[in-house]
Design a protein around this ligand. Structure first.
Ligand code: ZN
Length: 344
C-alpha cells in the first residue's frame, strides 16, 4: 500500500493488510505509531505517549476489518526509525548507488521524496550511503588486506611497471599485522609514453584524499605533444612533506628522468619560490629539465609533432581483473592507516 492514509469506515480485506498499512504509515510519516492490540477481532494502534493519534479497527465481515475510530491528529514530533528507513532506501537505490557512488545527498533526498514518498533527513541519507558502501566495497580492513594481491595483479597484467608498497612491520609497531603507510604506482605504459613522446618536462603536485582515511595523493605528470597532461606516476602517502616527496621522486622518477635526458637539470617551480602559493595543496615542487645548448625552434617543433603524439600513446595500459580473480600472494595482510577520519 503506497502512502497509506486511514479513513473512518475504511475496509481492509484482512487483519494482516491492516497491520501492514499501520507499519507503512509509521515509516512514511516517521511517527512512533505502534500496535497495542493485535487480536483476532480487533487491531488498535496508538502514537507516542501524549499524542492523540489513534486507530481502532475491528472485525467487519468474514476476514474483513473496518476502521471504527480514527483520530488523525498528531501533536508529536517526527521520530526517525533509522533502521527501517535505511533498509527502505537501500532496497530501492542500492543499484543506483553502486553505479553512481557520488550521488549528491540533495539529489538523493529529492528522489526519495518522489519515489518513496519519504521525507528523510540528511543524516539518514549519509547513514544509508555508508551502509551501501560497506555492502559494495567491504570494510576498510577488508580492502587494505587485499593490497598485496592488488599489486600482484597489476604486476601480472602490466609487466614492467613499478609498484612499491611500504607497510611497517608489525613487530616494530607492536601490532598484530603490518600497517599501510605508502603506495607508489608507475605503469609501464605511462613510463614508456613519457620517454617516447612527451616533452622533457615533469610536473609534481600533491592533494588531499577524500575518504575514510586522510592521506595525500602525490602525482607526477608530463606534457604530451598536444599540450595536455600526461599521467606518469602516483603515490598515496601519509602526508606531503620533504620525506614523502623524496621517497616518491627517488623511486622511479629520477631514474626515468635520467633516462629521458641524461644531462637533465632539476629546477623548482618559479611560482613556489616566489612565494605566491602559500596553501599546502599548492606548494608544488616542480621539476623541469632541459638539455643544454638546445635549439629552441627544434625543441618546440619536435614535441608538437603528430608522430610524437602517436608514440606517447602507443604503449597500452592493460585492464585488470575484478578482485575475486586476483592472485593470492599469501603475504601478511596490511591494516588501514591510523589516521582515521569520519566520512560525510
Ligand atoms: Zn503522534
Amino acid at each position: 500500500m503506497m502512502d497509506p492514509e486511514f479513513k473512518l469506515g475504511m475496509i481492509f480485506t484482512s487483519a494482516k493488510e491492516c497491520k501492514a498499512a499501520v507499519k507503512e504509515y509509521a515509516l512514511r510519516k516517521q511517527k512512533k505509531v505502534k500496535l497495542v492490540r493485535n487480536g483476532k477481532l480487533r487491531v488498535k494502534a496508538v502514537c507516542k505517549r501524549g499524542c492523540p493519534w489513534v486507530l481502532y479497527v475491528s472485525k467487519y465481515d468474514g476476514d474483513a476489518f473496518q476502521v471504527k475510530t480514527y483520530n488523525k491528529k498528531h501533536t508529536c514530533s517526527k521520530t526517525y526509525n533509522n533502521r527501517n528507513i535505511t533498509s527502505k532506501i537501500l532496497a530501492q537505490f542500492m543499484e543506483e548507488l553502486r553505479i553512481n557512488p557520488n550521488w549528491p545527498v540533495s539529489a538523493m533526498k529529492q528522489r526519495i521524496r518522489k519515489d518513496l514518498k519519504l521525507d528523510v533527513s540528511t543524516s539518514q541519507i549519509y547513514r544509508a550511503k555508508k551502509r551501501a558502501f560497506l555492502m559494495i566495497h567491504g570494510t576498510d580492513a577488508n580492502r587494505y588486506s587485499k593490497l598485496w594481491d592488488y599489486c600482484e595483479e597489476l604486476r601480472r597484467t602490466n609487466p614492467g611497471f613499478t609498484v612499491v608498497m611500504e607497510a611497517p612491520d608489525h613487530e616494530e609497531l607492536r601490532e598484530p599485522k603490518p600497517r599501510f603507510l605508502r603506495l607508489y604506482v608507475c605503469l609501464e605504459a605511462c613510463k614508456r609514453g613519457l620517454l617516447e613522446g612527451c616533452r622533457p618536462f615533469v610536473g609534481l603536485d600533491g592533494c588531499h584524499i577524500k575518504g575514510t582515511h586522510s592521506g595525500q595523493l602525490l602525482t607526477a605528470i608530463g606534457i604530451d605533444p598536444n599540450h595536455c597532461l600526461f599521467p606518469i606516476a602516483y603515490a598515496i602517502v601519509e602526508i606531503e612533506n620533504k620525506d614523502s616527496w623524496e621517497w616518491f621522486i627517488g623511486l622511479g622518477l629520477i631514474p626515468a628522468l635520467n633516462e629521458l635526458v641524461p644531462e637533465s637539470e632539476h629546477r623548482h617551480c618559479v611560482r613556489q619560490e616566489s612565494g605566491i602559493y602559500q596553501g599546502s595543496h599548492v606548494h608544488m615542487p616542480l621539476l623541469q629539465f632541459m638539455t643544454e645548448n638546445m635549439n629552441r625552434k627544434i625543441y618546440i617543433a619536435q614535441y608538437y609533432k603528430n608522430e610524437s603524439y602517436q608514440r606517447a600513446y602507443e604503449p597500452l595500459i592493460q585492464p585488470m581483473n575484478g578482485y575475486k580473480m586476483w592472485p593470492r600472494t599469501g603475504l601478511p595482510q596490511v591494516l588501514p592507516p591510523h589516521n582515521y577520519k569520519l566520512r560525510n
